[in-house]
Design a protein around this ligand. Structure first.
Ligand SMILES: C[S@@+](CC[C@H](N)C(=O)[O-])C[C@H]1O[C@@H](n2cnc3c(N)ncnc32)[C@H](O)[C@@H]1O
Length: 187
């Protein structure tokens, strides 16, 4: 399969796909993460003829994770800034039309993403997933992404890295669905 991983960070979302031998193109704005394409997703040149079987995307959650805190004051955070990358993600998915796509974010994003991607398709602990993909096995535990690394210089990137269990189980479920003729996954 050909897989496009947008906002790839430390590459957690697509690691399982890579390990199972699929071709993965990663895109991130931070050079230190060694993405295949280093740049701003907003300016990614899109060729409609480019073919991807799967698009994975985990847009930055900073503005949305704060939105669910009790002390949250809408005036202090810029939801529009967070949503800009979400709309760009939707546009890329619409233009490339992959057979499967998965967008990941936090609970605070649910009320905003609903209007763009519809209802959440699956929840894995603190990870919320939207898209067209077969549901897969994961433990509904809060441990996903909740561990702390107070003094680590890469704390933010490590905390947002998608756990391997999610990536590998999603990959296996999509591989299985690829063998069926369904275009819209209903499992
Ligand atoms: C939630 S993290 C991604 C975590 C990743 N999926 C993983 O498993 O490690 C969001 C990422 O988006 C990147 N990012 C933020 N704004 C971006 C932009 N405009 N274009 C491309 N990447 C961007 C950040 O550098 C960060 O690595």
């Amino acid at each position: 399969m050909r897989v496009l991983d947008l906002f790839s960070g430390l590459g957690g979302f697509s690691q399982g796909f890579r390990d199972r031998g699929h071709e993965v193109i990663t895109v991130d704005i931070v050079r230190e993460f060694n993405p295949s394409i280093q740049g701003d997703v907003r300016y990614l040149p899109i060729r409609e003829s480019a073919h991807f079987d799967v698009i994975l995307a985990s847009p930055p959650c900073d503005d949305f994770s704060k939105a669910e805190k009790p002390w949250y004051d809408e005036d202090d955070y810029d939801i529009d800034r967070g949503m800009e990358l979400v709309y760009v993600t939707k546009e890329i998915i619409d233009r490339l039309r992959p057979r499967f796509w998965v967008v990941e974010n936090v609970r605070g994003a649910v009320k905003y993403f609903r209007h763009v991607f519809g209802p959440i398709r699956q929840r894995c602990g603190s990870r919320y997933l939207w898209g067209n993909f077969p549901r897969f096995h994961c433990r509904h535990e809060e441990c996903y992404g909740k561990w702390e690394l107070w003094s680590h210089p890469m704390r933010k990137a490590l905390r947002s890295k998608i756990p391997y269990e999610i990536s590998i189980n999603l990959c296996k479920a999509i591989e299985w669905a690829m063998t069926t003729s369904l275009t819209e996954v209903e499992i």
